[in-house]
Design a binder for this molecule. Structure first.
Ligand SMILES: Nc1ncnc2c1ncn2[C@@H]1O[C@H](COP(=O)(O)OP(=O)(O)O)[C@@H](O)[C@H]1O
Ligand SMILES: [Mg+2]
Length: 304
């Protein structure tokens, strides 16, 4: 289970007059996501979706609030400079009576991430990209639990096939289409068999037809994992209402930013497999579009 409690993020930025200014990217977001669900974070650009997702992933610290995954606190990466380290220690000194636990027993969360801009290494072939991720996970395992080289290679090939990339193992990302590169990112994320996949507009840069195919494949792979007894929780940032509703068990609509807060939480109870044009799906899409439209109108009224 993912639990976000009272998450806020403030940035200090320098304005055009050279003065420091505060910017609220996320304001007091609390959200609980049960295991195995697909939840979309939807809202106009700039409303803090990516910031919130990065906080969920532990890639950056919230200014306020806490994230827990299966009860364990999510901590951002350890700082690299002395000054940042002092600030870090100050921030976490109240967490545990043994504050050192924050440095020594850092919980490892079972998360994989997929970004919009093909976060695959261009200098590695498709299979090398997947093997790279598997090797990182393998390094955490001890002795006889650690998989051997051929086991890792087989697993990489297995997930490339699953993601529809058989025959592409030895191609470099630059030799793949945009859709295929996202498939590679998907294969790499799935290969480590994570409990959670966080995606930031994963299909935004892919053309419409490819995009629908990728969505279908994502649902198939998610369903396979569930049927195999290791369900995957997916949290996906999107600004596409159709996509969010079609894929999700719940759509979390953010208010327009800056200062994104949760505007509405809309359950999508339609049974799976779903048809894109089924009345239940289309009805929810229209309700959400009406909410977004209302917010845009309110904003332009304010601007007058
Ligand atoms: N590192 C940063 N420093 C200052 N402002 C930032 C930073 N990252 C994001 N922001 C600002 O925070 C707000 C939310 O950004 P973001 O989370 O990227 O929104 P979204 O993903 O919904 O488009 C925006 O106004 C953005 O300009
Ligand atoms: Mg974003």
């Amino acid at each position: 289970m993912i639990e976000a409690r009272g998450i806020s993020k403030f940035y200090s930025v320098v304005n055009e007059k050279g003065l420091a200014e505060g910017l609220t990217a996320v304001l007091n977001v609390s959200l609980t996501i049960a295991d195995g669900r697909i939840v979309s974070l939807l809202g106009p650009s700039g409303c803090g979706k990516s910031t919130f997702l990065e906080i969920l992933a532990g890639l950056q610290a919230p200014t306020d609030g806490q994230i827990r995954i299966d009860g364990e606190l999510v901590l951002e990466p350890l700082p690299s400079t002395r000054k940042e380290m002092e600030e870090y220690k100050r921030r976490y000194r109240f967490i545990s009576p043994l504050a050192n636990g924050v440095f020594t027993d850092r919980p490892k969360h079972d998360i994989a991430m997929i970004f919009q801009d093909y976060a695959v290494f261009p200098w590695m072939t498709a299979i090398q990209n997947v093997i790279f991720a598997l090797n990182i996970r393998a390094a955490d395992k001890k002795g006889s639990e650690r998989p051997g080289r051929s086991e890792i290679r087989d697993k990489a090939r297995f997930y490339l096939n699953k993601a529809g990339l058989s025959g592409m193992e030895n191609k470099y990302p630059s030799q793949l289409s945009g859709g295929m590169r996202q498939r590679l990112a998907l294969a790499r994320a799935l290969s480590v068999e994570p409990g959670i996949i966080l995606m930031d507009e994963p299909f935004a840069a892919v053309d419409a037809l490819q995009r629908e195919k990728l969505q279908d494949d994502l649902l198939r792979l998610w369903g396979d994992a569930k049927a195999g007894g290791s369900p995957i929780t997916i949290v996906m940032v999107s600004h596409d209402v159709q996509e969010a509703v079609f894929l999700s068990d719940e759509v979390v609509v953010f208010s327009p930013g800056p200062g994104g807060t949760i505007r509405n939480r809309i359950p999508v109870d339609a049974p799976r497999p779903r048809a894109r044009t089924s009345p239940a799906i289309v009805d929810i899409q229209e309700r959400i579009l009406a909410i977004l439209q209302y917010d845009i109108n309110q904003e332009s009224m304010c601007a007058i």
